[in-house]
Design a binder for this molecule. Structure first.
Ligand code: HEC
Ligand code: HEC
Length: 277
């Protein structure tokens, strides 16, 4: 008997078995599982179809122009969305609803294509810069960004700038002009945990503050304002404090209203692609 044939038989069996499992899993999900392949339904016609469907099925809660309806409780969909930051996220909210709220799933017989057209319509409310008229001038804003405003000391745009704040190369995509103004005038309002800082008093009694770069049971690493890395052994840390405020200064009063408008126009123009109409 040839012993060597046994493993190959076994691996063949495994291969068949896993092919079976994959086929089975695919059968369980008749609707597309919304992979991030991009929205294939985002032509001007799709957007128009999505809008029509929206007006019929969604506007009673979200308002005719999707800016929200306080009485019915449907939120404004033209700004940053709470439950979804990507097209796939929006798709899933519409397909599955938001559990425990009035936002019910669309009927199961509504085809995925229709849901994608709704996504395209909702995107167009935020992503289409040509439909938004801004007071500011994006070119002047770009000069302020790298010049007087010194935003590049912390922010990167298309590979140039600092690392002490988020990369803003695509910041216009999921923010309204109002969001962008608030980010500059009231930076503490919404700070993602990634940008919280910690204040650590080490064994030398010296206090250092910075972004948390790494932490395990024994050690903590932070990066301070000058991009120096500091490591602390936890057993030697005398004091440790989390600061949820932003390290970004407010530009309210620091820059004039028209300068802020120019920066908003510039930031709003920062996006990967502009929807072709
Ligand atoms: C009966 C009222 C109602 C109808 C009809 C309705 N919605 Fe909603 N929708 C809501 C509510 C309420 C929420 C907020 C849920 C929550 O609290 O997170 C919501 C949330 C959403 C969100 C997420 C918003 C966010 O900020 O994350 C999207 C997107 C959305 N709805 C799209 C639609 C679309 C598209 C339709 C039509 C197919 C629709 N809704 C129909 C009530 C409704
Ligand atoms: C000292 C560093 C620093 C400077 C200078 C700075 N920022 Fe920021 N900025 C940050 C940090 C950190 C965050 C993230 C925390 C927060 O949301 O405030 C941030 C957030 C932002 C956001 C929101 C980003 C998002 O993902 O929502 C915008 C927009 C922004 N900054 C624009 C600017 C502009 C425009 C300037 C110049 C006028 C500027 N920043 C100057 C550090 C800085």
């Amino acid at each position: 008997m040839k012993v060597s044939s046994i493993p190959s038989l076994r691996s063949k069996l495994l291969a068949t078995l896993s092919a079976f499992v994959i086929a089975g899993a695919m059968q369980l999900t008749p609707h597309s599982t919304a992979e991030d392949a991009g929205n294939l339904y985002n032509t001007a016609v799709d957007i128009r179809m999505g809008e029509r469907y929206f007006e019929r099925q969604c506007s009673r809660c979200h308002g005719f122009d999707a800016t929200g309806n306080d009485e019915a409780g449907g939120p404004n969909l033209t700004g940053r969305l709470r439950n979804a930051s990507t097209d796939v996220g929006i798709f899933n909210v519409i397909r599955n609803g938001v559990q425990g709220t009035a936002m019910l799933p669309v009927a199961p017989d509504v085809p995925d294509a229709t849901v994608w057209q709704l996504v395209a319509y909702i995107d167009s409310l935020r992503y289409d810069p040509s439909s938004v008229v801004l007071d500011g001038d994006a070119d002047r804003g770009a000069s302020l960004f790298t010049g007087k405003g010194d935003c590049t000391s912390c922010h990167m745009v298309n590979g140039a700038g600092g690392r002490m704040g988020p990369d803003l190369s695509r910041i216009g995509e999921d923010n309204t002009p109002e969001d962008l103004l608030i980010a500059m005038t009231n930076p503490h309002e919404e700070v993602a945990p990634r940008w919280w800082t910690v204040r650590v008093t080490g064994p030398d009694g010296e206090q250092r503050e910075g972004f948390r770069m790494g932490e395990d049971s024994f050690a903590l690493r932070i990066m301070d304002q000058d991009e120096n890395l500091w490591s602390f052994r936890k057993s030697q840390v005398q004091n440790y404090q989390r600061v949820e405020a932003s390290t970004m200064p407010s530009y309210e009063g620091e820059l004039s209203d028209s300068e802020l408008d120019d920066l908003v126009a510039y930031l709003f123009s920062l996006r990967r692609e502009v929807l072709s109409q």
